[in-house]
Design a protein. Structure first.
Length: 636
């Protein structure tokens, strides 16, 4: 490994078969030089010519990289290898210079191939992204480039086709293979109303769907974008290594000069220059980070960068939003109560009209109830969603307000009959929503939601990881929050919270040296996501604001993968630390061996690359990190 290959971001530019052909061609010239002069007391002109051509092919790019680094006032490891090559040439060891150049170049290419496993998942996602889509214009089918598809277009997906965009199924049913996005090997049955993701494969049904996200906004687009940009957000371990790597060049130069002065043997100095390149150390963190990010992406977890994945390992407390996070986010209206003289249809119509443009799960429950009850949803003007409190809008000239009973400052204006309904709902752990028209209460909607089936096992897995501080942060009343907490096995609840209150709770935890992972999905969760050590948004049901604010997104809202993510993060840090220790020890021993004359320049080049490849292989093991104990990830 040499300096010009030390950044993973340029690997795809380097890995071409032509590189190998050129490198091996130069190696054949070096071999010809060796055979021509085999047994001769001194090299021949022909042998030297072949060796020099080999040095020019493999060695010149290394030397040129060093020169460019010096011109840009950036010292990197190319300087050490360049000095070794030049010193060999000055000594007249043309064949040695050719062999060193070849071995160093080949080492870089081998490491690139090894490190490609870290990017394999991302490249496979790019390959599966469809380039065209079948759009329905009336009853006519038209195939158009994917970049021409717009939100709201109706698309047709036939059996065996990959889904081109994120869409909501309008009609049809099919088994959809989502393994490329989630790592889940079994196809999932999808039908009308379900969301289908770009890049997934429809097996056996014809689907008509409405486009909801296109291009980089699709889940597939976000996967590719986030992981591709992840190297720009480097973890602390990478920055630490970068800080000290610049000291290695003058240190190794001093070691080489000392070996030369003490022994008078230039070849020892050359060997020290070669093995002294801290490539194994430089590769320790970035290769592990990229491998871990790629592995997380294959399991449906989008991490915005290495620094965020590193933070996950230090989490000591996990706090959850309730609705849409620990619950399925599919609440339903189970009961409607009205004030005297008001019909249930009127209450539901008012609430649905005011909530029609809101994305909160409770709003979707009201709209669904209105749809099934076939009530009229009227146009709303000046709609305003007050985060954590409720919605108000002008409907047919009247001010309609919908909010949780816990958000109402007092209940004096609420008739006794509705107060009893609210008290009864709260005692049962049901969420009551009060509907006002022109500031007068007209009715009450009782909304319930089911707990996610995986929530209980997820909490148990957190406990197995040594994380016992867990709680629920919710704007709902305490009985509703407590009902969910008891169902999943969480003791601590924080109810009736506004967005800023959630931030205050998180800050309190972190001030007590308890770094928090917060998991949420709504607009009102954005401040909490931003203030936590690791903010996790529900990528499927989550709002765009939550997704933009969070450090991590779950593409299929599968919270059971969060304990696995913590294990992956901890393994990544362990491998980085092992790589760093190994890199330091390996370099120290190799420099000592070179200075003692135990390694020739050619052997030094081979030993140097062995160390680098071992580090990359250790990092690449993260790409096959098992989903659970004993279970290997499915191939994306």
């Amino acid at each position: 490994m040499i300096g010009r290959f030390s950044k993973l971001g340029v690997y795809q530019e380097l890995f071409r078969l032509w590189d190998f052909y050129i490198s091996f061609g130069a190696a054949l010239l070096a071999l010809a030089s060796y055979l021509i002069d085999y047994g001769n007391p001194s090299p021949s002109l022909t042998g030297n010519t072949f060796a020099l051509i080999a040095v020019a092919i493999n060695g010149f790019p290394i030397i040129w990289g060093a020169v460019r680094g010096l011109m840009e006032r950036k010292v990197n490891v190319d300087e050490l290898v360049s000095l070794a090559i030049i010193a060999s040439l000055i000594q007249g060891e043309f064949l040695a210079a050719a062999v060193v150049s070849f071995v160093m170049t080949l080492g870089g290419l081998i490491e690139q191939v090894t490190s490609e496993s870290a990017r394999k998942a991302i490249k496979s996602l790019i390959r599966i992204a469809p380039q065209t889509a079948t759009v329905l214009i009336g009853e006519e089918e038209k195939t158009i480039p994917i970049e021409d598809v717009s939100i709201g277009d109706r698309i047709l997906v036939k059996p065996g086709e990959r889904i081109p965009v994120d869409a909501r199924i309008l009609s049809g049913a099919s088994a959809v293979d989502e393994s490329a996005m989630t790592g889940e090997p079994l196809p999932v049955e999808k039908q009308a109303g379900d969301i289908i993701l770009a890049g997934t494969l429809s097996h056996n049904g014809v689907l008509t769907a409405e486009t909801i996200k296109v291009g980089q906004d699709t889940t597939l687009g976000k996967v590719i974008k986030l992981v591709s940009e992840a190297e720009q957000h480097r973890p602390e371990a990478v920055r630490l290594i970068d800080r000290y790597a610049t000291w290695f060049t003058p240190l190794i130069l001093s070691c080489a000069a000392t070996a030369w002065l003490l022994t008078g043997d230039v070849s020892r100095a050359v060997a020290v220059l070669i093995v002294g390149c801290p490539c194994a150390l430089i590769l320790a963190a970035p290769t592990a980070t990229v491998a871990a990010l790629g592995r997380a992406a294959r399991s449906g977890i989008l991490v915005k960068g290495g620094q965020y994945l590193e933070r996950v390992a230090s989490v000591k407390a996990v706090l959850f939003d309730k609705t849409g996070t620990l619950t399925l986010g599919e609440p339903r209206v189970e009961e409607i109560a009205c004030t005297e003289g008001v019909d249930k249809e009127v209450v539901l119509s008012c609430a649905a009209s005011a909530e029609q443009h809101c994305t909160h799960p409770l709003a979707r429950a009201i709209l669904k109830a209105a749809h099934y009850a076939k009530v009229v949803v009227r146009g709303a003007e000046n709609a305003f969603h007050e985060i954590g409190l409720g919605v108000r809008a002008m409907v047919d000239g009247s001010l309609v307000e919908v909010g949780s009973a816990s958000a109402v400052e007092g209940t004096a204006a609420i008739p006794r009959s509705l107060q009893k309904c609210i008290e009864n709902s709260i005692s049962r752990g049901v969420t009551p929503l009060v509907v006002y028209r022109d500031q007068a209460p007209v009715g009450l909607l009782n909304v319930t939601d089911k707990v996610r089936p995986v929530a209980v096992s997820t909490i148990q897995q957190f406990n197995e990881l040594g994380i016992y501080d867990m709680g629920i942060l919710s704007g709902d009343h305490e009985k509703a929050v407590r009902r969910v907490a008891d169902a999943v096995g969480i003791d601590t609840v924080y109810a009736r919270l506004k967005p800023q209150n959630k931030v205050d709770v998180i800050n309190d935890y972190q001030s007590r040296d308890l770094p928090v992972m917060f998991v949420g999905d709504g607009i009102n969760d954005a401040p909490a996501l931003a203030s936590s050590q690791a903010g996790v948004a529900m990528g499927d049901a989550g709002t765009d604001v939550a997704l933009e604010t969070a450090d991590i997104a779950l593409t299929h809202d599968d919270i059971s993968k969060l304990p696995w993510l913590i294990r992956l993060s901890r393994r990544m840090l362990t491998i980085i630390k092992v790589n760093i220790v190994f890199g330091l020890a390996f370099n120290a021993l190799a420099v000592l061996a070179g200075g003692m004359g135990w390694l020739s320049p050619i052997m030094a080049a081979i030993v140097h690359n062995v160390g680098s490849v071992l580090v990359v292989l250790a990092s690449a093991s993260l790409a096959i990190f098992p989903d659970r104990a004993g279970i290997r990830p499915s191939s994306a």
